[in-house]
Design a protein around this ligand. Structure first.
Ligand code: HEC
Length: 123
């Protein structure tokens, strides 16, 4: 008799548990159309700044080789350097930072840098 009571109460508890789960799933709040209007998906328009790359000889080589790792602005914000300093800068990018730029292209880039950011005694 005691055993039967035990099984009976276990079954009852199981049913109550199942009902409570059903109750919970029914209580999940659904967004009403009114709420959806209050929280629409927003779109924003960000300002677009054109890249600041000065026109000059071999600008395409410069663009291809030098702007993989940093911006053109970072290069343009440097002081106006002599040709010798720009040569060392370009070499530094290759030797110290691992830029893969052929000797011929390095010369082209120095020519570009001297043209757009050279010191007055560069030429
Ligand atoms: C492989 C990545 C890489 C490439 C490619 C690269 N640079 Fe750099 N450049 C760097 C790093 C790293 C720094 C140092 C950044 C710092 O100090 O915060 C740097 C710094 C500079 C500076 C600042 C001055 C200095 O010496 O630190 C200049 C100018 C510059 N680069 C020019 C160039 C030019 C011109 C080219 C193309 C020939 C070039 N970079 C290509 C990685 C690169």
């Amino acid at each position: 008799m005691r055993k039967a009571n035990c099984i009976c109460s276990a079954v009852m508890m199981g049913i109550v548990f199942c009902l409570s789960l059903v109750g919970q799933t029914q209580q999940v709040p659904k967004a009403s159309p009114k709420q959806a209007a209050v929280n629409p998906v927003h779109t924003i328009v960000l300002p677009q700044y054109p890249p600041e790359i000065a026109a000059g000889p071999h600008v395409d080589t410069y663009r291809k080789d030098c702007l993989i790792c940093h911006s053109s602005r970072y290069v343009a914000m440097q002081p106006r350097f002599s040709k010798g300093v720009w040569e060392k800068e370009v070499k530094k990018m290759v030797d110290a930072y691992g830029a893969t730029i052929s000797d011929a292209e390095q010369k082209e880039i120095v020519e570009y840098l001297v043209a757009v950011r050279g010191a007055s005694d560069s030429k």
